[in-house]
Design a protein around this ligand. Structure first.
Ligand code: MG
Length: 253
């Protein structure tokens, strides 16, 4: 069931989304060679708790941490551990924060030190594929318009679109209806209406789009070991367009 949020609910979701934005801004300077993903997780969890948020991912279906930290060929759901980041890595930090029962969700891929041109290209065009999707998130359009826009942009840039995972509605729960795939056909799928809140989140690979899940049952990797990037915003459909509830607070982020 797709829920339409009330003004009060939207206010709480704005607050949750802003906490997500602030956490990303907070952690960015720590993303350097030598730090472990577990240390990043600890810093973020402390930040979330200090700001009256709830680290929603921690304990969700047994996931052990506040963040998903996905390095290089890990697409999503990497579990923070003692691995140290190296110069030239890319890392996606994906977080869901609850505030008074409502959720905000955003993921960003960050460069560790100097990265090669392939990773730079992947990051730049994965982020742009998200914006191409967001542009279509207006009342009267359908989910398929968002999906098709993401897919077209990514594939026009010769990148792989992961199909096994998709975006989602969000509200009281971090995963609500509808599903928001990153591939699809324009003018198909659920109709977008004011008050709907969805997460749009392209997961894009530099090589082939095929992925596999590791034995830990969380970590999703590219089959050909090519790097992957992932950008996500929580987006409210408004009367005349959309509002990003997890805005970037630092344009250079
Ligand atoms: Mg997320």
């Amino acid at each position: 069931m797709i829920t339409i949020k009330s003004e009060r609910e939207i206010e709480l979701m704005r607050h949750a989304g802003m906490l997500v934005s602030k956490m990303h801004q907070y952690i960015k300077p720590f993303i350097k060679e030598g730090i472990t993903t577990k240390e990043l997780d600890k810093l973020c969890e402390e930040f979330i708790l200090k700001n009256d948020g709830v680290p929603t991912c921690k304990g969700f279906e047994g996931f052990p941490c506040a963040l998903c930290t996905s390095v290089n060929d890990v697409v999503v759901h990497g579990i923070p551990d003692d691995t140290k980041l190296k110069n030239g890595d890319i890392i996606t930090i994906d977080v869901v924060i609850g505030y008074k029962g409502y959720q905000g969700d955003a993921a960003w891929t960050y460069a560790v030190g100097e990265i090669d041109q392939d990773k730079q290209y992947l990051m730049e065009h994965t982020e742009q594929s998200l914006y191409e999707g967001i542009k279509m998130a207006i009342p009267g359009n359908r989910i398929g318009d968002i999906s098709a826009a993401v897919q077209k942009y990514a594939e026009d840039h010769h990148l792989g679109v992961v199909r096994e995972l998709c975006g989602h509605g969000i509200g009281r729960d971090m995963h609500e209806d509808p599903e928001v795939p990153n591939y699809g056909i324009p003018h198909t799928g659920p109709l977008l209406k004011p008050g709907m809140v969805i997460c749009i989140e392209p997961m894009i690979t530099f090589g082939h789009r095929d992925v596999y899940i590791e034995d830990d049952e969380w970590t999703v990797r590219t089959l050909d070991q090519s790097p992957a990037a992932h950008y996500e915003h929580t987006v409210l459909i408004t009367e005349d367009g959309y509002e990003v509830l997890t805005p970037r607070l630092d344009e250079e982020m």
